[in-house]
Design a protein around this ligand. Structure first.
Ligand code: PGA
Length: 247
């Protein structure tokens, strides 16, 4: 299985950011075998990034999609539109979508299904809140979110899971390495239970939440951590490249 180093630029950037893949490759010329790099920019940058991504061997994905293929949904973008641009992935159910835009597990599942139908890979995000962690409910939360956010049509290794504890996103806080190991083992178990050993063992499980050059190597060395979803530290190509090198 490849290690996926994924940048989530959130609502940052302007047209000049189309040059970032080349800047990235200026710092980190070639992926080690077994590492793939992905940038998920705001939608307006997708066409330019796909072009630059092809030239610089960087995958490009979207940050969200609508569950329908088209229709009267002002401001939305559909999975076939994203696929048509040449993007390969789409993040669904990021905690900011869940908490700020009210997305439920059912919404996330519908979006992931739309992505699979459009032949792009959904990165399905889950993760507990601070209160749930304090109440030691994080494994139960992950179980429920995974059960309800992965659509029935998902068959095997055609999607990615990202574990992002809400309280670790953008805060500089991270779980202990032991806590990350426990959670990722738990998620792997849920995936192999549902999809069988053959498929379940090959689904990439990313860790996200305050990943930076200083902690990437130790986090990525944990069993069943198959990559990272990086927000803040992915905006600067020096630090994004340093994380890719740590992989
Ligand atoms: P962060 O964000 O790296 O800034 O914590 C991660 C994410 O939201 O995907």
């Amino acid at each position: 299985m490849k290690t996926l180093i994924a940048a989530n630029w959130k609502m940052h950037g302007d047209l000049s950011w189309a040059d970032k893949p080349a800047e990235f490759r200026g710092i980190y010329p070639k992926d080690k075998s077994g590492v793939e790099c992905l940038i998920c920019p705001p939608s307006f940058l997708l066409p330019a990034l796909v072009k630059q991504g092809e030239e610089n061997e960087i995958l490009v994905g979207a940050q969200n999609c609508h569950a329908e293929t088209s229709g009267a949904f002002t401001g939305e973008i559909s999975a076939p539109m994203i696929a048509g641009l040449g993007a390969t992935h789409v993040i669904v159910g990021h905690s900011e979508r869940r908490s700020l835009f009210g997305e439920t597990d059912d919404d996330v599942s519908a979006k992931a299904e739309a992505a699979l139908n459009a032949n792009i890979i959904p990165i399905i995000c889950i993760g507990e809140s601070e209160a749930e962690r304090r109440a030691e409910k994080e494994l139960d939360v992950a179980t429920m979110q995974l059960a309800n956010s992965i659509p029935d049509c998902a068959k095997g290794a055609n999607f990615v899971v990202a574990y992002e504890p809400v309280w670790a996103i953008g805060t500089g806080l991270t779980p202990t390495l032991a806590d990350i190991r426990v959670m990722h083992n738990h998620i792997r178990g849920l995936l192999t239970d549902r999809f069988g050993q053959k498929h379940g063992a090959n689904i990439q499980i990313l860790y996200g939440g305050s990943v930076k050059p200083g902690n990437a190597e130790e986090i990525l060395a944990i069993d069943n951590v198959n990559g990272a979803l990086i927000g803040g530290a992915s905006l600067d190509m020096e630090s994004f490249a340093a994380i890719a090198m740590a992989a």
